[in-house]
Design a protein around this ligand. Sequence first.
Ligand SMILES: NC(=O)c1ccc[n+]([C@@H]2O[C@H](COP(=O)([O-])OP(=O)(O)OC[C@H]3O[C@@H](n4cnc5c(N)ncnc54)[C@H](OP(=O)(O)O)[C@@H]3O)[C@@H](O)[C@H]2O)c1
Length: 218
Amino acid sequence: MKNSNSTFLVFGATGRTGQHFVSIALKEGHKVKALVRNPEKIKIQNINLELIKGSITNYENIDELLDGVDFVICMLGNAQEQNKAPINTIFIKKLIPAMRRQGVKRFLYQAGGLTRRYKERLPFVTWILRNTVARYNGLLGQHKDNETVIEYLVEEAQDVDWIVHRAGIISDGPSKGILKRDRTKFSLATHVDIANYNFQVINDDSAIHTCDLSYYKK
Ligand SMILES: NC(=O)c1ccc[n+]([C@@H]2O[C@H](COP(=O)([O-])OP(=O)(O)OC[C@H]3O[C@@H](n4cnc5c(N)ncnc54)[C@H](OP(=O)(O)O)[C@@H]3O)[C@@H](O)[C@H]2O)c1
């Protein structure tokens, strides 16, 4: 495997997907560095885990964070803040130039199944869900922020090996199976399956520059 003994820089490591991702990467023998606002949320103690306290909204030393890193993975979300400002986009626009400076190429960004691909419309049923469920739950700002991240990656970061995962998530329950990448179909998956998928897809060259969904194939 290309990423054996690799170092992952994780954003969103204290989140529902991020915590599973950190466990998986450590279990597979990799190193994990994570920028976290609340380190006490992470109960894992592991010599290969380095927690750096900070927020993406004001962190200055991104170049330093990237030292020795092979893969950058972003499972960030703060729906309330994203309704006020595109905090992820602002951060990614600082992160990508820092990745260039530090020679780090591979980047995975987790968006949502109700997030649009750049310059594409959502299928009708998904559009309805976005304008009912997502709107009612105050998630429109999060999807719009994800969309401006995608626009930036498509328009201004073709030199970086980015992958966007438009995840569909229903709960933090046990695994329901193995997710596969799909252009049109998505499943409502559990966080652990989404994290496992992220761990696999970040190493998949055929996923570079895609904004695909994930789906439990029978
Ligand atoms: N949850 C869903 O149902 C769902 C469905 C589809 C797609 N998605 C997409 O996947 C992303 C991640 O989902 P999730 O459910 O795993 O998220 P989550 O549980 O809400 O976790 C979000 C993570 O982002 C971190 N974060 C937020 N603001 C930050 C800041 N300013 N600086 C540093 N870290 C910050 C949080 O840190 P704290 O612990 O400090 O708050 C947490 O670790 C979402 O944003 C969304 O785009 C989610």
